[in-house]
Design a protein around this ligand. Structure first.
Ligand SMILES: [Zn+2]
Length: 142
């Protein structure tokens, strides 16, 4: 499948800061002010569901998601990693890899729920400061 569309946000743009670009997928750092270290692994072609991918491609995608999870864990030191694939708004199957902390804006709810608090400025700044290390570690990992 190599369908691409200029009307599609994830065909016409990267969907974030590119950390790694592979033939079939890419890893981006999401520009979310509440969630430094939030990454996405995005399939480059239009594929709606995981089960629409050939098995080899599913494995390729999940291996990439696990690599990103490992790096985000090691560098960002979160309380928990949230892995999610929703994809209700785009034809590109993708996985969110989200570092979560006890004091983040939504914990213990999903990041898409109603915010419960403002993140503490000090811990937020500490996480922002790790992004350089995260960028390097992801490019080393792939
Ligand atoms: Zn697209």
């Amino acid at each position: 499948m190599t369908e691409h569309s200029v009307d599609c946000e994830l065909c016409s743009g990267d969907g974030g800061e590119i950390l790694h670009r592979a033939e079939k997928f890419r890893v981006v750092l999401v520009d979310d002010p509440l969630y430094p270290g939030f990454c996405r692994v995005i399939w480059n072609d239009h594929v709606k569901e995981m089960t629409d991918l050939p098995i080899a491609d599913r494995s390729t995608l999940m291996a990439a998601v696990c690599k990103v999870e490992s790096v985000v864990r090691a560098v960002m030191q979160p309380e928990k990693i949230n892995l999610a694939s929703l994809g209700n708004m785009t034809p590109h199957v993708h996985w969110h890899v989200i570092p979560r902390y006890l004091d983040d804006a939504h914990f213990p709810s999903p990041v898409w729920a109603q915010a419960q608090r403002q993140p503490l400025p000090a811990s937020h700044a500490q996480r922002q400061a790790l992004l350089g290390a995260l960028r390097s570690a992801i490019s080393e990992q792939f």
